[in-house]
Design a protein. Structure first.
Length: 397
């Protein structure tokens, strides 16, 4: 069952200083204006506060769960006397400070005293005991539009748990900063994992609310279950609008450029090439000690979000993309170039690459010297089918 809350007028909020939850993302003035004009689902509180009255509430959120005045959604709900019971935190934790893949333990939020349950590691899906006494669940996370960004995997498991325990789920929608791009190979079922749960392309071009509707509508939950879903939409948002996030969605996506390049460069995580973890330009550069020497080099060192980065202390040769024009598609040329220029091609790919790509074909195509143009042609039919299916779940036409 899907319930959609219609748009309504909303008064723009003033921006205040960041709370301790948040680390501001680097941006430019035009995108700051767009971010101020667009209202997220969390800002559309006139539509959801009545649904939460006299309810015991659980919430899946992290540092990205903020209103346009930069008040955290948990603080806002408590100010409105909403009975928040438990915080559920995805990869990187409630404060968004943990490394990618780092084990997150359950705990207590020192500011509110609320219990925090980790939805990463062995406990990706809320257990019935963890949901006991909760009348309604909220999901408020900022996605970046890539299949392997694990917040949409957490969404799947939360929806499944809500369906199984007959708990309504309310998704506070947020713009997708890559929302106008639909591109890449579709995931093949045999390569399903936490970095790829559904048969979608690498860049799906949907907001997280639209994506939730697709998961429900296509019956992708276990045994074809569907949860009672309500999406609180963004206001004054168009898919083609540039949108700059108010905080880092995760430690290694520090700015707009990294978010735009993320889907293209993250494929390097399945190779022996660094994407700049351990530098200040994560997902804006790439390189390794095994690539041909170039004028551009970097040396990864431990930092916030990368306690032990790949090639820690070793000089890497590669390419600086910090000023590269904004991408409008998934870009493969850097991956192909690096493969062609690596000193030992047999050590270039690792087993994780197939999970990220969602298919064995992409690695095989690159190893066989297939051109990027031909590789892109091989996706065309699947992309057309996906785009047709996607239409019925779009909120922002």
């Amino acid at each position: 069952m899907i319930k959609f809350i219609a748009k309504s007028a909303f008064v723009a909020a003033f921006l205040f200083s960041l709370p301790t939850y948040s680390s501001a993302i680097q941006t430019n003035n035009s995108e700051e204006i767009n971010a101020a004009v667009i209202k997220t689902g969390a800002d559309n509180y006139e539509k959801y506060l009545p649904l939460l009255k006299d309810k015991k509430v659980g919430i899946v959120t992290n540092q990205t769960g903020i209103l346009s005045n930069k008040t955290h959604v948990v603080d806002f709900l408590l100010e409105k006397k909403i009975a928040v019971q438990t915080i559920f935190a995805p990869e990187h934790g409630f404060r968004g400070t943990a490394d990618a893949g780092e084990h997150i333990v359950d705990g207590k939020d020192p500011k509110t005293g609320l219990s925090i349950i980790s939805l990463y590691g062995d406990n990706k899906k809320p257990k019935p005991a963890q949901l006991a006494g909760i009348d309604v669940m909220i999901f408020d996370l900022q996605d970046v539009g890539a299949r392997f960004y694990t917040y949409i995997s957490s969404l799947h498991y939360v929806m499944e748990a809500c369906a199984e325990n007959n708990i309504p789920l309310i998704v506070f929608d947020r713009p997708n900063p890559n929302g106008s791009i639909v591109d890449g190979p579709l995931l093949e079922k045999e390569f399903t994992s936490f970095v790829g749960m559904h048969p979608i392309p690498l860049l799906h071009g949907m907001t997280i609310g639209e994506y939730a509707q697709m998961v429900n509508g296509e019956k992708w939950l276990k045994d074809g279950a569907q949860c009672k879903l309500t999406v609180i939409p963004c206001l004054d948002y168009k898919r083609t609008m540039p949108y700059s996030l108010l905080v880092k969605p995760s430690p290694n996506l520090p700015n707009d450029q990294s978010i735009n390049l993320y889907a293209s460069l993250c494929l390097f995580e399945g190779t022996n090439v660094s994407v700049g973890r351990g530098t200040e330009t994560q997902f804006q550069i790439y390189g390794s000690p095994y690539l041909s020497k170039t004028n551009f080099t970097f040396t990864p060192k431990p930092n916030f979000g990368a306690k032990d980065p790949l090639y820690n202390g070793k000089e890497c040769f590669g390419e600086d993309l910090t000023s590269y024009p904004k991408l409008k598609q998934l870009e493969l040329k850097w991956l192909i170039k690096a493969y062609q220029n690596t000193s030992d091609k047999t050590k270039f790919f690792n087993a994780f690459f197939t999970k990220l790509a969602g298919t064995k074909k992409l690695q095989q195509q690159i190893e066989n010297g297939v051109s990027e143009t031909e590789i892109r042609k091989s996706w065309k039919k699947d992309l057309e089918t996906f785009k047709k299916m996607r239409i019925k779940y779009l909120i922002y036409k």
